[in-house]
Design a protein around this ligand. Sequence first.
Ligand code: 5GP
Length: 192
Amino acid sequence: MQLLNEAIIRHGRLLGQDIIKVDSFLNHRVDTRLLAAMGHALADYFKASSPTVVLTVESSGIALAAMTAYALGGLPMVFAKKSVTVVQSDDMVYAPVYSFTHKNQNVIRVDKRYIEKESRVLIIDDFLADGQAAEGLLLLCQKLEAEVVGVGIAIEKDFMRGGRRLRENGVHLKSLAVILSVQDGVITLQND
Ligand code: 5GP
């Protein structure tokens, strides 16, 4: 997606060898026009799969997931939670997820009431790196007996194994921007 590619090149910052900071336009300060365009692009791509609910994990996928769900005609959006609260229902499903950016293990959880059996789920996230977040969300859907119609990602890091693993497992995956490599401080993107 041209607009997103331009934003990554103009505003993306590298942290070490493999972390791209996009918090000036995507996951801290949000460029809402760009976000709306991204949500519409993912909605257009997946609308033929007739999703009934959009699922993400807190926190950085929430804005894009909400925009995509709205662009799909006002679908509900559910975000898997990482933290346990006292008001939490006891009817939850769980999956372990190793956080790529925080380097810690989380347990993500969704209340069974919010994704019914046989729901058609579109999974959305901001980044796809090793694929742990997406695989955790896929496991939640399996436990919920819901069908995953696809995985939509803002930025896929092609030099990491997540995208390849999902495609090999037959997941219908669409990434709006694909980073081919990061070398000597230079981000190389796949052209549209
Ligand atoms: P994975 O689970 O695929 O290894 O990593 C995906 C998750 O880690 C995303 O939810 C995202 O929040 C975070 N992440 C992975 N790589 C990056 C990155 O380069 N930059 C940022 N900002 N987040 C990342």
